[in-house]
Write a protein that binds this ligand. Structure first.
Ligand SMILES: Cc1ncc(COP(=O)(O)O)c(C=O)c1O
Length: 381
């Protein structure tokens, strides 16, 4: 049996069409887009064409798009940049289930004297918009709530939160790194001011992403040097990466409905196998049953530790993940599952399966069945 990759929330293989689109920009069109000669002008044109294509796919204007090195930098720039430009406002509202690119940027700002409200979530991982409203203060500089969670898939009530932010005149940032390609993200219709994206989650290259920044928002640059990206992000742009991102985002946006349908089928297939092969007490699906990203399936098998299960899956050639960070060889319990206040039997046995376009129903059926066999074997020990 060939290995099965079920960790697309971590990263995806690049689509061959994306690679093909990028290739000339490593070799033929290699100029620095800031150079004034013909080589530079060609690269500059390619970069701006990619910007136009991304903007058209996402429903924004090209000048509202800032190229970055990926989701982490986009999150950092949105948070640090907005607070730095906020003229003394020192309070941020975020949630306990954000990606570390958001949480650690907030922690950094706390050390600089800011105050951060980390909103709780319910047992499905959702933020209550009322909590957002109640947390707002006269000195709130930014609200940052993710679009869809990377560990459990839960979608946040972005529209409601955005409307609250708009009514209070507070900039609203959302990390849509996992949502892109799985949810219809139309920036012209969403009440958001800053949105983070990354190419490698949508069959694009690693090391490139972007930040949508509405014209109403002021951000202070967080890297210093050249005046690229309208002085908002210094550094020579990744031209091939930008072209790859444009190709990937066009594919992703055109396939949202198809992707949702396929991923839901894969999700259902795995759950059906477990319902046949395991007892109802042997597995628990984490996250929201309805408001969820379709490509993420977080499941706990109480009584079998995450580490044991991941190791045994790996031996079978099945690549899955724990949502949590692996530091010094030991798995930390996920901050997301902890925020959902799930019992420790659930937080200590959680595994994330995440699907991509290359996965077939029969592959995930086999993977689910092998997972069930491992769980039953561990119960007998
Ligand atoms: C929700 C979310 N935000 C941000 C990131 C970071 O993106 P990148 O790997 O492009 O820095 C990830 C990647 O795991 C993510 O899932």
């Amino acid at each position: 049996m060939k290995p099965i990759y079920l960790d697309h929330a971590a990263t995806t293989p690049m689509h061959p069409a994306v690679l093909e689109a990028m290739t000339p920009y490593f070799t033929d069109v290699f100029g620095n887009p800031s150079s004034v000669h013909s080589f530079g002008r060609l690269a500059h044109r390619a970069l701006n064409e990619a910007r136009e294509r991304v903007a058209a796919a996402l429903g924004c204007e090209a000048r509202q798009w800032i190229w970055t090195s990926g989701g982490t930098e986009s999150d950092n720039l949105a948070i640090l940049g907005t607070v730095a430009a906020s003229e003394g406002k020192q309070h941020i509202i975020t949630s306990q289930v954000e990606h570390h690119a958001v949480l650690y940027a907030c922690r950094y700002l706390e050390r600089q004297g800011c105050e951060v409200t980390y909103l709780p979530v319910d047992e499905t991982g959702r933020v209550d918009p009322l909590d957002v409203e109640q947390a707002i203060r006269p000195d709130t500089a930014l609200i940052s709530i993710m679009y869809g969670n990377n560990e459990v898939g839960t979608l946040q009530p972005i529209r409601e939160i955005g409307e609250i932010a708009r009514a209070s005149g507070i900039p609203f940032h959302s990390d849509a790194v996992q949502a892109l390609g799985l949810e219809p993200v139309d920036l012209s219709r969403l009440p958001v001011d800053l949105v983070s994206f990354s190419a490698h989650k949508i069959e694009g290259p690693k090391g490139v992403g972007g930040l949508y920044c509405s014209p109403r928002i002021r951000i202070a640059p967080q890297s210093f040097g050249g005046s690229q990206e309208r002085k908002r992000r210094a550094g020579t742009e990744n031209v091939a990466g930008a072209v790859g991102f444009a190709a990937a985002v066009e594919r992703a946006v055109a396939r949202v409905e198809h992707n949702q349908m396929r991923m839901n089928e894969l999700r259902r297939t795995m759950i059906d196998v477990w319902s046949r092969e395991l007892g109802p007490q042997d597995y628990v699906i984490n996250g929201h049953p309805q408001f969820t990203l379709s490509h993420i399936l977080n499941v706990s098998f109480p009584g079998v530790s995450t580490e044991t299960l991941l190791m045994n899956l790996d031996l079978e050639g099945i690549a899955a993940a724990s949502g949590s960070a692996c530091t010094s060889g030991a798995l930390e319990v996920s901050h997301v599952l902890q925020a959902m206040k799930l019992p420790s039997s659930v937080t200590h046995s959680a595994v994330r399966f995440s699907f991509g376009s290359g996965n077939l129903v029969e592959d995930v059926e086999w993977a689910a069945s092998r997972t069930a066999a491992i769980v039953l074997r561990m119960h007998k020990k």
